[in-house]
Design a protein around this ligand. Structure first.
Ligand SMILES: [Zn+2]
Length: 88
């Protein structure tokens, strides 16, 4: 009879529970720095149940969920038909 839930809603990545259970992504390729929006997590919780730790997550638009961004001038091109990047 105890289906306890304690849902916390997060307004964005600045929320204190926004990154619960989400690790910082390892740096890949030549991306330059941690995403300032998601702090390297690539996503954040929109809703977390503090009891079961289940969550609904949003991907970060700024870094496309990679957690890292390119800051130099060297990566403004988007190859239209480049080799497929494997990975997640
Ligand atoms: Zn991000």
């Amino acid at each position: 009879m105890s289906r306890e839930q304690r849902i916390v809603t997060c307004g964005g990545p600045q929320d204190s529970h926004a990154f619960d259970g989400i690790p910082v992504r390892p740096r890949r390729g030549n991306l330059d720095k941690l995403c300032p929006v998601c702090a390297g997590h690539g996503e954040w919780n929109r809703e977390v149940d503090l009891v079961s730790q289940r969550s609904k997550r949003s991907f970060c638009d700024k870094c496309d969920g990679r957690g890292w961004i390119e800051t130099g001038d060297d990566l403004v091109r988007n190859p239209p038909a480049g080799p497929a990047l494997c990975g997640r």
